[in-house]
Design a protein around this ligand. Structure first.
Ligand SMILES: *[C@@H]1O[C@H](CO)[C@@H](O)[C@H](O)[C@H]1NC(C)=O
Ligand SMILES: *[C@@H]1O[C@H](CO)[C@@H](O)[C@H](O)[C@H]1NC(C)=O
Ligand SMILES: *[C@@H]1O[C@H](CO)[C@@H](O)[C@H](O)[C@H]1NC(C)=O
Ligand SMILES: *[C@@H]1O[C@H](CO)[C@@H](O)[C@H](O)[C@H]1NC(C)=O
Ligand SMILES: *[C@@H]1O[C@H](CO)[C@@H](O)[C@H](O)[C@H]1NC(C)=O
Ligand SMILES: CC(=O)N[C@H]1CO[C@H](CO)[C@@H](O)[C@@H]1O
Length: 641
């Protein structure tokens, strides 16, 4: 219990006998909150960008990466062969292309098809297809979407092509006449065999976009996944990582300057999570995402540490610092600055605003701390601060010491439920000179081994999907952040996304396949949504004689909405009546929203949502309201003045 005068407690107390607890909110408010407490951490892991939030449907669209292959591509037609060709580059960034060899004997339609990211969903919205072609071909090329199960054609469109020895781009739009029953479909490009028999055609950057989320454009976001994160109601986006910022080993790190402009100029980035990033989701796309969802960008800049432990020595760091400064100029500079002019040339004359920059990611790991402490943090910090004094700098680990007052520290925690609950009060006694961002927090393992939701990954027991008891533990950690809102400015679950067909990390907040019917919002997702939608601009003290554990609570108040939000959770207690009094308040309308599931081990999985979200109006009785908080239930009592 925080900030309670013994006299006030005595005056207002009611006792917690048996299964009942009495909470009182006195007249005064507490500390201001940051206004952006809940938000999102994002990096490309688990095919969360490519094959996930980035709406592109064609996998391996430009044979990118150091070891290009024909993953997801198949030849169509007897004797037709596909090859990785390195002699006819489409651009400097995209040197590998598909060569389609057509045998001299071929007849009818031949060509090739793509399986997508483990399938391609077909609905009756408009699709946009495009490809580059080189070679001798004049006539129609047919693009189509068809079932891989029974060959049913959902859409087909002829594109009039006059190809020659120069690369040419063709774009077409079509609308399927019916939706597919599942995502087991392919996208095909077929042409007349007799026009190319015995010859070859070259193709590259073959792209297919469905309708994207909220006008996020031709290079935009997948509708259902983007909608899900927008629905959380978070206030910030931390990007582009995570490990994906750092890269596995030299020379690969997230070079922002090659993620810009036409897709033809974006090279591969072999991200650290075992697959090649197309960089279709680049810096500008991230900024558009923050614009469309009204999120505060928290920009991570590469700080000279690779995940294999390689550290850029002090004497070689200058170009990396310059890159971070250039990135800020690109984002925020006027059109008269060199990089601001580049931004304008891409169609964005209005500068963006960047208020938060994080230097690196988890620089305490992989042997990075000594160099981060010695020179890497200081050199980046000094350079950015002197040019951009209004930017708040975030150090990527609380283990660093001696940073200037006001520097935020990024704290990460992955834990088991029981242990995470012990951190409820950890921030009560932290040094107030350094605000905290909890950049990543999640329950990743069960309390006990051998439970059904557990999957074995070498060396560690992990949850396959976020569990109910895990979400309760997370809620307790989050309430600990909220009570310390003068210190903790931002908190995010991580990671956000998981393609169930290929992933490197479990559990995740949102899981999915190509088929939107599989999209699974986890119990932790609903917790984030519940808490993000119910947070005020100041903390509010709560007076009670009850002790924390098994019940936990915290409260905030919004001046703008004239609402109190009292959050509560019950971790292994009995069903308890909680009475809330606000003696100073006449009237008041109370809404009680709860998140629960059949048991602590329950979890949400594709097409099997076990968690329950209820909303009830609570009548006032006397000066307060009484709700029942069952074991392993999370609840928010909202009181409107
Ligand atoms: C406000 O912050 C101060 C300083 O951290 C702390 O002592 C006090 O308890 C906080 N007030 C509330 C109501 O949480
Ligand atoms: C698609 O269907 C075919 C034929 O039934 C099957 O072999 C294949 O595994 C399915 N692919 C996916 C991604 O479901
Ligand atoms: C991008 O930045 C890197 C490192 O800062 C630099 O080596 C490279 O030349 C730049 N590329 C482009 C296309 O500007
Ligand atoms: C809470 O209950 C679960 C079993 O449901 C158990 O694994 C865990 O250790 C308990 N924790 C506490 C703190 O009581
Ligand atoms: C749904 O998930 C629960 C775990 O939350 C599991 O116990 C149950 O068997 C699943 N039901 C089906 C039909 O798969
Ligand atoms: C569990 C899982 O899906 N692992 C995959 C992670 O991604 C790599 C690279 O794509 C695959 O090789 C793994 O099979």
């Amino acid at each position: 219990m925080k900030t309670i005068s013994p006299f006030l407690a005595l005056l207002l107390a009611s006792t917690a006998i048996g299964a009942s607890v009495h909470l009182t909110i006195p007249a005064e408010n507490g500390n201001a909150t940051s206004g952006m407490l809940y938000g999102l951490m994002y990096e490309d892991i688990n095919y969360s960008g490519d094959g996930g939030l980035y709406a592109e449907l064609i996998r391996n669209r430009a044979l990118q990466g150091p070891n290009p292959d024909l993953t997801a591509w198949r030849a169509y037609g007897a004797g037709v062969k596909l090859n990785v060709d390195k002699t006819e580059p489409l651009s400097d960034a995209l040197p590998n292309v598909i060569r389609v060899d057509v045998p001299a004997t071929a007849t009818g339609k031949v060509g090739f098809s793509n399986e997508g990211y483990w399938g391609i969903p077909v609905n009756t919205d408009q699709y946009k297809a495009s490809f580059y072609i080189k070679g001798d071909y004049k006539g129609d090329i047919e693009v189509s979407l068809r079932s891989d199960v029974d060959g049913m054609v959902f859409a087909t469109k002829d594109v009039a092509v006059r190809a020659n020895s120069q690369w040419k781009k063709y774009t077409t739009r079509f609308t399927p006449t019916s939706a597919s029953p599942n995502a087991n479909n392919t996208f095909s490009i077929l042409f007349d065999a007799d026009k190319v028999a015995g010859k070859s055609l070259y193709f590259n950057l073959i792209s297919l976009f469905p309708k994207t989320w909220s006008n996020s454009g031709t290079n935009g976001l997948r509708v259902d996944l983007a909608q899900a994160i927008d629905d959380i109601g978070g206030k910030f986006l931390r990007f582009p990582g995570g490990n994906n910022l750092e890269g596995q080993s030299p020379p690969y790190w997230w070079k922002w300057n090659v993620t810009l402009g036409d897709l033809i100029d974006r090279p591969a980035y072999p991200g650290p999570w075992g697959y090649v990033n197309t960089l279709g989701l680049g810096l500008v796309e991230y900024m558009r995402w923050t614009d469309l969802m009204d999120l505060e960008p928290i920009l991570g800049v590469y700080a000279g540490l690779y995940l294999d432990g390689t550290v850029v020595p002090e004497e070689d760091l200058a170009p990396y610092i310059q890159s971070a400064l250039d990135e800020l100029e690109f984002l925020t500079g006027s059109v008269d600055t060199p990089w601001g002019a580049v931004r304008a040339s891409l169609g964005y004359p209005e500068p963006w605003t960047i208020k938060y920059v994080e230097i690196g990611n988890e620089d305490n790991l992989w042997g990075g701390l000594p160099s981060y402490q010695d020179y890497r943090f200081d050199l980046f910090n000094n350079a950015i601060r002197s040019k951009y004094p209004d930017i708040t700098i975030i150090a990527s680990t609380p283990e660093i010491t001696g940073t200037p007052a006001g520097t935020w520290l990024d704290y990460h925690r992955y834990d088991k439920p029981d242990h995470l609950t012990t951190y409820f009060d950890q921030f009560d006694n932290w040094d107030r000179n350094h605000p905290v961002m909890v950049g990543e927090v999640a329950v990743i393992a069960p309390n006990e081994p051998n439970k059904p939701e557990v999957e074995w990954t070498p060396g560690a027991l992990r949850l396959a999907f976020p569990s109910m008891i895990g979400a309760v533990a997370e809620s307790i950690f989050l309430m600990g952040c909220e009570r310390n809102a003068d210190l903790v400015k931002a908190v995010a679950y991580a990671p956000g996304f998981q393609n169930l067909n290929s992933y490197q990390w479990v559990p995740d907040m949102i899981s999915y396949t190509a088929d939107p019917a599989d999209t699974t919002l986890s119990i932790s997702y609903y917790l984030q949504k519940l808490f993000a939608h119910n947070v005020g601009d100041t903390t509010v003290p709560i007076v009670t004689t009850a002790n924390f554990r098994p019940l936990f609570w915290s409260a905030t108040y919004s001046k703008q909405h004239r609402e109190y939000y009292v959050k509560m959770a019950n971790y292994n207690g009995t069903s308890t009546d909680v009475t809330l009094d606000i003696p100073a308040l006449r009237g008041g309308k109370a809404t009680w929203t709860t998140l629960s599931a059949p048991s602590g081990h329950s979890y949400n999985s594709p097409r099997n949502i076990t968690s329950k979200w209820t909303v009830t109006e609570i009548p006032k009785s006397g000066t307060g309201w009484t709700v029942t908080l069952d074991n392993l239930m999370i609840g928010v009592l909202k009181i409107q003045k």
